[in-house]
Design a protein around this ligand. Structure first.
Ligand SMILES: NC(=O)c1ccc[n+]([C@@H]2O[C@H](COP(=O)([O-])OP(=O)(O)OC[C@H]3O[C@@H](n4cnc5c(N)ncnc54)[C@H](O)[C@@H]3O)[C@@H](O)[C@H]2O)c1
Length: 341
């Protein structure tokens, strides 16, 4: 007789306690997951976008995935984005992650996943900042365009993996968000000089590492001249840059098929040119040395966000909580287990 399947629920507090102070570990985990995915030991179909005709700014995305390597888990991230939440004092995104046993298919855990999602996104950005600046010099001036929760996590992961900056630029359409982020930077013990910019242009021109974490649905930055100092751009929000800027840059993505969808800026560039020649490769290919990154052009990293990353981080959280004896198992969750009663 196989063991009776169990089902655990892991709340956000347990997730946060497990991941606190583990920035380096999560970045290493994300790097290994990109390598496993790049080597083909994963299944990561296109994300499914549920949209609503009566609520066009909102969406819920399903990211089913399966990861091999030394993680070995299947599952689904189900993440909603309701930008109007922010005005009401709630975070934009909320999420759960379901982990399934690859031997039986049984789901064995449901985790609060907005924290896992923010951590894996920030870890991917910090990894890209490191990998893509190795042959170009390490940026000392960072600028954040869009300063919500994801920007905060990206700064936390950069700081937690050894980055420090002489200058930190902040730009947001909302003065409250810019002020809130500035307050966060000060409370995080930032030593560099913090400047709140009044335009994306002055921030971009004054930064060697530019982070986009807006909720813009279409390009709002159009002029390639703003990038003539060849910054490294972490284009986490995916839809900020015009095709002209993408075409004038070295372009690195997490996964080509994923990233060239859903009207991301690289997708718009593909529609404009009718080809993918402007793509230089994936982050895994840069990590393996197969693709090199020149210093005489801007470099844009556009990560679509892969479900395999959520699975890897979620399984780590599950394993750690299990090891510590803190797992909340829901008794009798799978109740109908005998075929004939
Ligand atoms: N690629 C990935 O893997 C991944 C993962 C998670 C989140 N994201 C993306 O990150 C982005 C940020 O998420 P968040 O949770 O921090 O959102 P948020 O709502 O907390 O913050 C977004 C901020 O962007 C600002 N903003 C909007 N348009 C702007 C513009 N044109 N210029 C400057 N600022 C602007 C808003 O005022 C707001 O303060 C979202 O687009 C989300 O989809 C990407």
């Amino acid at each position: 007789m196989p063991d009776t399947p169990t089902f655990a629920v892991i709340p956000g507090g347990q997730v946060q306690d497990t991941l606190r102070g583990k920035e380096k570990l999560v970045v290493d985990l994300v790097a290994r997951t990109y390598q496993v995915h790049g080597a083909g030991d994963s299944v990561n179909p296109p994300s499914y976008f549920l949209r609503f005709p009566d609520r066009p700014s909102s969406r819920i995305i399903a990211l089913p995935a399966s990861i091999g390597g030394d993680v070995q888990v299947d599952g689904l991230k189900w993440i909603s984005s309701f930008p109007e939440n922010v005005q009401a004092g709630l975070p934009r995104a909320s999420a759960v992650l379901i982990l399934n046993d690859p031997a039986t298919g049984y789901p064995f855990a449901c985790l609060e996943s907005s924290i896992i999602s923010a951590c894996r996104t920030a870890a991917s950005a910090a990894l890209a900042a490191d990998v893509l600046s190795r042959d170009r010099g390490r940026p000392a001036r960072v600028g954040f365009v869009g300063t919500g929760l994801i920007a905060r996590y990206i700064h936390q992961f950069l700081a937690g993996t050894g980055w420090s900056f002489d200058q930190l630029g902040v730009f947001d359409l909302s003065a409250d968000s810019a002020a809130g982020f500035r307050g966060y930077l000060e409370s995080a013990g930032t030593t560099g000089e913090i400047t709140v910019h009044d335009s994306a242009e002055s921030l971009i021109r004054g930064s060697d590492l530019v982070v986009f974490a807006t909720v813009s649905g279409e390009p709002h930055v159009h002029d390639p001249a703003w990038f003539e100092h060849n910054p490294l751009v972490l284009h986490v929000s995916l839809r900020d840059l015009s095709p002209e800027i993408i075409l004038a840059s070295t372009n690195v993505v997490d996964d080509v098929e994923h990233c060239l969808k859903a009207n991301t800026s690289p997708h718009l560039a593909e529609q404009r040119t009718g080809n993918r020649d402007f793509l230089d490769g994936t982050l895994a290919q840069v990590m393996s040395g197969e693709v090199t990154v020149p210093a005489d052009r801007p470099v844009v990293f556009s990560p679509f966000g892969l479900g395999v990353l959520d699975l890897a981080v979620g399984k780590y959280v599950y394993d750690e909580i299990t090891r510590d004896g803190g797992l909340n198992v829901v008794e009798d969750f799978f109740h109908e287990l005998r075929r004939y009663g």
